[in-house]
Design a binder for this molecule. Structure first.
Ligand code: SF4
Length: 684
């Protein structure tokens, strides 16, 4: 801990005084962006609850954010700036003033720029906050104007995003309220029990009205167990399952050729690539029953409205972009658009059509570093080498593939690392300078959902804890110290907020003034191909975009075989858990740290429930406890996403076993291509 100040615990500190309830919203990396009601007494958070202001999130929230005060006031909170005083990784810091810390950072930036060029500085961030103010604002101005390396922010949603952009130009997707109108819902690679809980009541309502439910997931999730069909596919094979459905539609005269003629291009390319995927062949590759696969195809062909919910689970492998594209193409081929509850549902992050006009500079042509290659960037890049790393909204030492090499890179004596964070993460432990960041309970922001379509003001409900500062203030100050801002430009959170409000659509600014949730520009519940249409250059669906096809090494919709070997035969997946939001809150006790394995796989290895096990491959080795349950398909094991190193017996997490290979399109992470062996851990 960087300070000797022992923080009080929120619920323990006050017994009396007036209680106020503050309306705010959750900007964390979750599809729902809940409205929140936070009660505060004597300047401390008492309770965090849902508010009914947003009718979709309807007054209830997840258990994760209910306990967010434990992060705010917990022992891991970074309370003041600190400069490293031990070895890298020890996590020992001498408390310094903000002025001293900022001066040191500026000095090291200038030194790196003078010696190696500004591209030797690598800014590194992801979705610790999805708010409009806390990412891609003054930070972007700083990095662009200074000429640092750029970061391809691809650890999640890059392949699905590329597919959605290529096929539909990110057309707004079906919203939660329209699920009950569907007669068939296919939940593909998504588990709302862990992420996006507000979808569940709508799925249940659809079922109560007679809708069929299909769940495609290697695990038997709660919704999977309530489904009419659960296809427990092998990780990485979703693309062939989707292509088999396409083949069935084309081959049996069930494709909506009139719709395709009018609204789609490159139909033949998709048809030809689907042609080899008979039910028998796809079922063999995917490890599912061919009759079940045919049942899903027939259900899809016969049902209307039919809705495909494309999640992020199917993208996390070598075929992930093609899988997303093939599943998103189904409503076009099946003729499922044009009715409420029909079509597809995916990220609605682009549905507001907001362009960040508040970034003070265009993106330069500097080096682009894929964030999934952090380990190799730190250890191998030479032109120029990465000499300075600035991490915020992100904990790559726990969340990014190839953990061993990332840690090795972070240990480099000649690397200067800044971590601007709320708590002492696995990455912050390796910092040369730590800066304390506010949480969303301490700063302004705008929470934009990406499951549904909502946008709400996030208000600070308490004063910044310790010496924490908002992102915009810190990046604004760095810009100012480096002389990068013009006189009329925002230099801090409040100025920036005004500038952002100016750049939002008018109905959003009106709603913010009137303290209500705004309706999106095209109506609150858009029907695809009635209210909203593809945003592609020709307004049509492109079923095989040329640029995606060219960028995929084996072409779009190609199936690249399983990377398993005799030595490492088990597919390791790392799905979202009910305990953390990516790795946020991973510092709290109670994380789900057990490796889930099917009883058949356990039996052949002589393993039993609660055994200590080694999970290993050529990249690393993770020690944890085994959970033997039939809720996962044989040949696949699961370890939760977002675990911290402290949660594991040997300080390595699942990312130590993940190669830094990239998805077929979009440059995404191949988390689910980790292939491992599991063996008993000799008792100490
Ligand atoms: S993490 Fe998701 S479900 Fe939980 S409060 Fe935030 S938006 Fe709501």
């Amino acid at each position: 801990m960087p300070s000797s100040v022992k923080p009080p615990r929120g619920r323990d500190v006050q017994l009396n005084g007036p209680i106020s309830v503050v309306d705010t919203a959750c900007p964390l990396d979750c599809p729902d962006a809940c409205s929140l009601a936070v009660s505060v007494q004597n300047g401390k958070v008492l309770t965090i609850d849902g508010s009914k202001r947003n009718p979709v999130t309807d007054g209830f929230i997840c258990a994760k954010v209910r306990k967010f005060d434990q992060r705010v006031y917990g022992p891991d909170r970074i309370l003041s700036p600190g400069i490293r005083k031990g070895r890298k990784g020890d996590g020992r810091f001498e408390t310094v003033t903000w002025d001293a810390a900022m001066a040191r950072i500026v000095e090291k930036m200038e030194e790196a720029k003078a010696k190696w060029g500004a591209e030797s500085i690598l800014p590194y961030s992801y979705g610790g906050s999805n708010g409009l103010l806390t990412q891609n604002t003054l930070d972007a101005t700083l990095w662009r104007r200074y000429g640092t390396s750029r970061l391809a922010r691809t650890v999640c949603a890059a392949p699905t995003g590329a597919a959605n952009m290529g096929l539909y130009g990110k057309m707004p997707a079906v919203v939660y309220e329209d699920y009950p109108d569907a007669k068939l819902i296919i939940l593909w690679g998504v588990n709302p029990n862990a992420s996006g809980i507000h979808l569940i009541p709508y799925v249940r309502e659809a079922q109560s009205r007679g809708a069929k439910l299909v769940v495609i997931d290697p695990r038997s999730t709660q919704l999977g167990r309530a489904a009419d069909v659960h296809l427990a596919v092998k990780p990485g094979t979703d693309v062939v399952v989707a292509l088999a459905l396409h083949r069935f539609l084309f081959a049996n005269g069930l494709a909506d050729t009139a719709f395709l003629d009018e609204h789609a291009t490159h139909v033949d390319a998709l048809r030809e690539r689907a042609e080899p995927w008979t039910f028998a062949r796809a079922a063999e590759v995917a490890g599912v029953d061919a009759a079940q696969l045919e049942q899903v195809a027939r259900l899809y062909a016969e049902s209307s409205p039919a809705l495909v919910r494309c999640g992020w689970g199917l993208e996390r492998n070598r075929n992930g972009g093609s899988a997303a594209a093939a599943s998103l193409a189904l409503p076009a081929v099946g003729g499922k658009f044009g009715v409420r509850g029909g079509g597809y549902s995916m990220s609605n992050s682009a549905s507001w059509g907001i362009t960040p006009s508040w970034i003070g500079a265009d993106e330069p042509e500097t080096r682009l570093v894929n964030m999934n290659h952090l380990g190799r960037a730190l250890l191998e890049y030479t032109d120029p080498p990465v000499q300075m790393l600035f991490v915020y909204n992100c904990n790559p030492a726990a969340t990014v593939p190839d953990q061993r090499r990332i840690i090795e890179g972070l240990q480099r004596d000649d690397l200067f690392t800044v971590v601007f964070e709320q708590v002492m993460t696995d990455t912050a432990m390796y910092a040369d300078v730590v800066l304390p960041a506010t949480t969303f309970l301490e700063n302004y922001d705008f929470a934009k959902s990406y499951g549904n379509i909502s946008l709400e003001l996030v208000r600070p409900v308490i004063e910044p804890y310790g010496e924490a500062r908002p992102n915009a203030d810190v990046f604004g100050e760095l810009c100012t110290r480096l002389g990068l801002l013009h006189d009329d430009e925002p230099a801090g959170e409040l100025d920036l907020m005004l500038k952002v409000i100016e750049g939002l659509p008018p109905q959003v600014t009106d709603a913010i003034r009137e303290d209500r949730v705004p309706a999106p520009p095209f109506g609150t519940r858009p029907i695809q191909f009635v209210d909203v249409f593809p945003n592609t250059p020709d307004g049509k669906i492109d079923l095989c975009p040329v640029d995606l096809d060219a960028s995929a090494a084996a072409g779009l919709y190609a199936y690249q075989p399983d990377p398993g070997t005799e030595q490492y035969p088990l597919a390791l997946i790392s799905p979202a858990s009910e305990k953390t939001i990516s790795s946020t809150l991973g510092e709290l006790p109670g994380a789900d740290t057990k490796l889930l394995m099917h009883p058949d796989d356990a039996a052949v290895r002589g393993l039993e429930d609660n055994d200590g096990v080694r999970v290993f491959n050529a990249l690393g080795e993770v020690h944890c406890t085994l959970s033997v349950l039939p809720t996962i398909r044989p040949g696949t094991v699961s370890l939760a996403k977002g675990l911290w190193r402290r949660s594991m017996r040997n300080s390595q997490t699942g990312t130590a076993l993940v190669p830094d290979t990239l998805t077929d399109i979009g440059g995404g992470a191949c988390f689910n291509d980790a292939r491992v062996q599991v063996a008993s851990l000799p008792s100490a």
